[in-house]
Design a protein around this ligand. Sequence first.
Ligand code: AP5
Length: 249
Amino acid sequence: MAIIQRNQAHWLKGPAVTRQDLRATARGPYRLVLLGAPGVGKGTQAELMNERLGVCHLSTGDVFRAAKDLSAAELTPALQEALDYMRRGELVPDSTVLALVRERMRCLRCPGGFLLDGFPRTVPQAEALTELLRSERLQLDAVLDYEMPIEQIVARLSGRRTCPNCRAVFHVTTRPPKVAEVCDNCGSPLAIREDDRPASIRVRMAAYEKSTAPLSEYYRKLGLLVQVSAEGAPEEIYQRTVQALEERP
Ligand code: AP5
């Protein structure tokens, strides 16, 4: 089956981008939401699903991080304000996030499906997504809720290194780059995300407990929630995820 996917330019930059890639995929299309605490491994699983299932990985966090590269003229006051919230580990206001997603509706209409990572993050965002999808006559297939004890999550976050150029994600012990502090893919120096400092991690965990954890109940009531243990190696978790998706009626 030929589907439109993989090219995240439209998602990262917004409606000004028009190009889309075509590629065949064996399964799907899937329309999925990934839930789970900061650092549980959503992005890592999304990368695997993107490679193997061909579903486009759409992360609102990546959109905000990509905004750092915009020129002063392109950086709207709302985006500038969003970057300040993000640095502190706080959630960006719903109105800003929803405006950003609405600008990128074409990604949600993509016949290749999508993998929403980091959105929705509050009940009002989830309700807005339900409405957006309903208006497009689209349905979610499942909401994957990754779970793991908090101490292990903090260890994942504090060892994370990311590539500011190609956005690849590494970990100092569990997924080290071949050359210390250098990206395997593009050779750029790796960085620690600004919101991976201990003070911001605490704020992010609190925001998750208060605003994002209640989403599990929201999606359970809609019959969409699929809980997946995030313990173990990325490959094990990926296999668990695919099995859980395949077992759904
Ligand atoms: P966002 O970018 O969405 O960050 P997050 O949800 O906090 O999630 P992370 O990216 O930190 O973690 P992850 O679960 O993807 O873990 P990863 O795979 O990297 O959001 C950032 C900020 O943007 C928010 O705080 C907020 O300010 C703002 N924002 C974004 N969306 C918003 C919204 N909708 N509303 C409001 N504000 C919003 O893994 C972590 C580490 O562990 C890596 O080093 C990885 O290599 C390692 N690892 C992963 N899996 C394993 C494994 N199985 N075993 C060992 N190590 C592993």
